[in-house]
Design a protein around this ligand. Structure first.
Ligand code: AMP
Ligand code: MN
Ligand code: MN
Length: 327
């Protein structure tokens, strides 16, 4: 693996020394969690527990249905003990800033924050920032730390790590699926990662409501005149009609991108009191740059944002941001 740490980042050795020094940890996942933020936190937490450390797993909302199979997912909580030691290290995984964790964490001092991430534009918000932009997942950043720590990679840890890879590569499909990523994945399977179980739970357990929603969204989708931009809206009425929820929307934007000739896809999720937007690119247009023009972030080919305005403003604002980035 190439050791291309971004400016302002800590070395593997510095982070591992800090992990050894501390005794209490809180693994923090981002809101609307995915397999990477949860799997990375659970993997590191399991490893630290094997060293006799005390670990909590914090997340503002519920664990999504498709991720409840993950080892220790039942321990994830949004209620931390009030009497945590002052030098508890809060480990934020898979997010560019602390706002992505929601707003129910206690106020934290920077000295007690470790930021592990692979996003472009990570704000280096911790005392320790382990940010490796060309890693496919936060989980593979964690794996580097586990190797340096010298802990045993148990089948449970391997399953968590393989989940981070499989979710962030879209099941070994996206361009971040390098030969190295495939080798690492094979090695994790050798160590006992349950690939079949992950495939079934994460990719093969869509609710009927989710599949109906997918059908409805594809029926309503719009393709621009050039055939390069495909977008669609999910509104409250559709969600209510189908009995669907946010989790049922997760994979739909990728189907908009899969249309022949399409270079950028956008899904506007206008329900539950906010307009959330998912953007995807096949690689020519930088959707992270487009999202950051309107208050969001992410990766070159996958980004997101919550638009500060109504649906029509969101559609217009996102279109402008995309055109400014060369759509
Ligand atoms: P999503 O479309 O929700 O799957 O998100 C795709 C990518 O964009 C992920 O890497 C997210 O971390 C990032 N992202 C999503 N929503 C936001 C947001 N509101 N602010 C910053 N980054 C986001
Ligand atoms: Mn994520
Ligand atoms: Mn990630």
């Amino acid at each position: 693996m190439s050791e291309t740490l971004a400016i302002g980042s800590s070395t593997t050795q510095e982070v591992v020394a800090e992990l050894r020094r501390r005794t209490h940890f809180v693994m923090v996942s981002h809101v609307k969690p995915d397999g990477d933020t949860l799997g990375a936190g659970l993997a590191l937490g399991l490893a630290l527990k094997s060293l006799g450390k005390h670990v909590w797993f914090f997340q503002e909302g519920e664990v999504p249905r498709i991720l409840r199979f993950l080892p220790d997912a039942n321990l994830v909580t949004n209620a931390l003990p009030a009497d945590l030691p002052k030098d508890t290290l809060f480990v934020f995984g898979d997010m560019s800033n602390t706002a992505r964790a929601g707003d129910s964490l206690p106020a934290l001092k920077r000295e007690n924050i470790l930021d592990i991430d692979h996003h472009l534009g990570n704000e280096r918000f911790g005392a320790f920032n382990y940010v490796i932009e060309d890693e496919c997942s936060t989980g593979t950043c964690v794996l580097r730390l586990l190797k340096e720590l010298g802990v045993k990679i148990t089948p449970e840890i391997a399953t968590c790590l393989l989940t981070t890879i499989m979710t962030d590569t879209g099941g070994f499909i996206h361009s971040n699926t390098t030969a190295e990523v495939l080798r690492t994945s094979a090695w994790l399977v050798d160590l006992g990662a349950d690939k079949e179980h992950i495939t079934q739970e994460v990719f093969g357990s869509k609710r009927f409501e989710a599949q109906k929603l997918l059908g409805a969204v594809l029926t309503r989708a719009t393709l621009d005149d050039a055939g390069r931009y495909c977008w669609a809206v999910i509104d409250q009425k559709l969600i209510d009609e189908l009995g669907a929820d946010y989790e049922d929307t997760e994979d739909i934007v990728n189907q908009l991108l899969a249309v022949e000739g399409v270079e950028v896809a956008a899904l506007f999720k206008d329900f539950d009191g906010a307009v959330r937007v998912s953007l995807r690119s096949t690689g020519r247009v930088n959707v992270q740059a487009a999202a950051s023009r309107v208050g969001g972030g992410g990766h070159f080919r996958a980004s997101g944002l919550t638009y500060p305005g109504n649906l029509q403003e969101a559609i217009a604002g996102v279109h402008s941001a995309l055109y400014a980035e060369g759509l």
